[in-house]
Design a protein around this ligand. Structure first.
Ligand code: SF4
Length: 687
């Protein structure tokens, strides 16, 4: 009889624990792990149907050079030689890695070490850039470190939950169940979202604000709190640095009537929100892509952190700003430095940090400054400045904004490597070398979820064909590039221990880096690891990670909202469906999940549909300056007039319509580099 294996879900940042019980060579039953703190045995529809997605349909099983099957030796030698030659000829800045929140922490660690310590460039960025980079930038500005000062347990004790730009009921369903349970015990729920989503439907109050006006809303609330005596002056005086002009700047134009007009919401609803916030010191403000994927996402994050810092609602049970991540290991990637803008273990590129990490790695070629962020990285590929690119476990030809341009860039790049579990993706069509990676259920390592609970992902299926773990593939290339000793790992536990040591290396005893106090343990301890969060509540002692240990109020102000353009009168918003995940390479394999939404629909307000002669379920062309694609019409009053919504999941491989990645602009927040997927000028026409 097979025994169950404790692992974690392949999909979202909630990070649910799973008990997987093999029932055959390629089959398993899936159940929620009752002992995992993130889900206590519950699973949403995506997690429940993971067992339907572990077959070998569409898998890449062997290394491929061009269209020919090759050996690992030949393929790895070729990758190492082309990267080495490119670096020798054009310098370390001429190569790049584009990686993924689907990688395990150990995979991420070695890819980051290879690029930043040995190749000598920081041109490694991740699809997590599209997901939560603005939260990272906002945390750095406010707290001096990318630390999420909240846990799921805060949801069990809070009195007010404010969800900003998050359809939690669909995108983080198990967290949403926890929120509902707390609401049934008396907590209030406010949802701030231009769309009336399933989450907004069940809220005590829904503010359908004009897109991009979150800063005005939060500044209005802050001004209200100050006038109502809700600002915690003693906490601010003791723990928060306040720029001299802060209150003048955030207070200007922040009276209730002005804010109601800017945000396009009824003043009485706005007042109710402000009163709820003022009356409930135990508030959790949870935010997601509606905030992060804005062209002013970092400012929006800081408008939220300002509120919590000014009212002292941080570092206490049930009171925190809470960024909830999209991907299963976006947070693990942040911890090891998988973003081009950070070095490792939450450190930036300050000279002392570069020197410290260089000593630890005994690195010959430390990167000394941030590398190219995703949008700029693919722009550099298109302009011929990046001449060798390695894409790991992601599909940028679909998921990047202005994806048509990304395809052109990939097609023109002299050398593209794709390591993936899927044989043919829109990205791998342009690969010179394809390397078969092990998939969820076949690989071992750790992941970090949204509240920084670290859990093991464990294998319960054999690796098929020639598939190998990502960490193994990266280290084999590194060794062939000449760095045998630095990449002499035998198993993921070796990498985990090194990551733990780096987190505390030359630490002055203060909590500064990613995993304070963890030695990593031995192999047996790694194999038996149970989910853990590092001890205590972040910032409970009022000491932050800045040099003076004080948090920062950041004087953010609302940017002017551009008037609609004559040729592009609508605003295009994008997002997820409940039962699909990213570009559907896994979730698309489940027949049961496909039933929820069988095709891509564009959601249109009745007034806009009428004006364009569009009927329910009719074919609609959605066009932007970047491209166009077809969708079926869903005419709904839950959509604001002047705005349309489309899902992100469909690709050229799956359908002739719904190619949303082609539509969005390749514009990004100036601080975080996160693309603004939520506000592309667009128009629609009946087909
Ligand atoms: Fe998986 Fe997220 Fe669903 Fe949990 S909530 S089962 S992590 S998809």
């Amino acid at each position: 009889m097979s025994t169950s294996v404790r692992t974690t879900c392949a999909y979202c940042g909630v990070g649910c624990g799973i008990l997987a019980t093999p029932t055959g060579e390629r089959s398993a039953t899936i159940a929620g792990d009752p002992d995992h703190p993130a889900n206590a045995g519950k699973l949403c529809s995506k997690g429940t149907h993971l067992g339907e997605t572990i077959g070998l349909e569409g898998r890449l099983l062997h290394p491929m050079i061009g269209k020919r099957r090759a050996t690992w030796d030949k393929s790895l030698d070729l990758v190492a030689k082309r990267f080495r030659d490119t670096i020798a000829q054009h310098g370390p800045g001429s190569v790049a890695f584009y990686v993924s929140g689907q990688l395990l922490t150990e995979d991420y660690y070695v890819a980051n070490k290879l690029m930043k310590g040995f190749i000598g460039s920081a041109n490694i960025d991740t699809n997590s850039r599209l997901c939560m980079a603005s939260a990272v930038a906002g945390h750095m500005r406010a707290f001096g470190e990318d630390v999420v000062p909240a846990s799921y347990a805060d949801l069990d004790t809070t009195d007010l939950i404010v969800l900003v730009g998050s359809n939690t009921a669909w995108c983080h369903p198990i967290v949403y169940q926890r929120i509902r349970a707390r609401c049934e015990a008396g907590a209030k729920l406010v949802v701030i979202d231009p769309r009336r989503t399933e989450t907004a439907d069940e809220a005590d109050l829904h503010l359908a604000i004009r897109p991009g006006t979150d800063v005005a809303l939060m500044n209005g609330l802050l001004a209200w709190c100050r006038a109502a005596g809700v600002v915690d002056d003693a906490y601010v005086a003791a723990h928060v640095a306040t720029p001299e002009d802060f209150w003048d700047r955030v207070g200007e134009g922040s009276d209730l009537w002005s804010v109601a007009r800017i945000c396009d919401v009824p003043p009485q609803d706005l007042r109710r929100f402000f009163e709820l916030f003022a009356a409930n010191p135990r508030t959790v403000t949870m935010f997601s892509q509606g905030v992060n994927q804005s062209l002013s996402g970092t400012d929006q994050v800081n408008a939220i952190t300002n509120l919590h810092l000014a009212t002292g609602r941080i570092g206490k049970p049930g009171a925190a700003p809470f960024s909830i991540t999209g991907q299963p290991n976006a947070m693990g990637g942040r911890e090891v430095g998988g973003l081009a803008s950070s070095l490792a273990a939450h450190m930036d590129f300050a000279p002392e940090n570069v020197a410290r990490v260089g000593r630890f790695w005994a690195a010959p070629n430390m990167a000394t400054k941030p590398g190219l962020k995703a949008v700029d990285l693919f722009r550099a590929v298109g302009e011929g400045r990046i001449k060798a690119l390695w894409v790991m476990a992601t599909n940028p030809a679909v998921s990047m904004p202005d994806a048509g341009r990304v395809r052109e860039a990939l097609a023109a790049c002299p050398f593209v490597v794709v390591s993936d579990v899927i044989a043919q993706t829109d990205t791998s069509l342009h690969a010179h070398v394809r390397l078969p990676a092990t998939a969820w259920g076949e690989k071992d390592g750790t992941v970090t979820n949204s509240d920084r609970t670290i859990s093991r992902q464990r294998a319960f299926l054999p690796a098929p064909g020639d598939a190998k773990p990502d960490w193994w593939i990266v280290t084999q290339v590194a060794r062939r590039m000449g760095w045998r000793t630095a990449f002499a790992y035998d198993r993921p536990a070796d990498i985990w221990r090194e990551h733990c040591r780096l987190s505390t290396y030359e630490n002055d005893g203060e909590r500064l880096f990613a995993l304070p106090g963890r030695s990593g343990g031995g192999n047996a301890e790694y194999d038996a690891m149970v989910p853990f969060r590092w001890g205590g509540t972040p910032f409970a002692d009022g000491r932050f990670s800045t040099p003076d240990r004080r948090a920062r109020l950041v004087p953010v102000v609302q940017k002017p909202i551009a008037a609609p353009l004559a040729d592009w009168p609508l605003t295009l918003n994008t997002g997820r469906y409940r039962d699909q995940w990213h570009t559907m390479t896994r979730s698309g394999l489940s027949p049961k999940l496909a039933r929820h939404r069988e095709q891509p629909m564009v959601e249109i307000h009745p007034d806009d549909a009428r004006g364009a002669g569009i009927t329910e379920n009719g074919l609609v062309r959605v066009a932007t300056p970047q491209g166009d694609s077809l969708y079926r019409a869903s005419i709904v009053a839950t959509q604001r007039a002047g705005e349309v919504f489309v899902p992100i999941h469909w690709t050229d491989q799956q359908a002739s319509g719904g190619r949303t990645g082609r539509l969005a602009r390749a514009l990004a927040d100036p601080f975080s580099g996160q693309p603004g997927f939520k506000s592309t000028p667009a128009r629609i026409e009946a087909v």
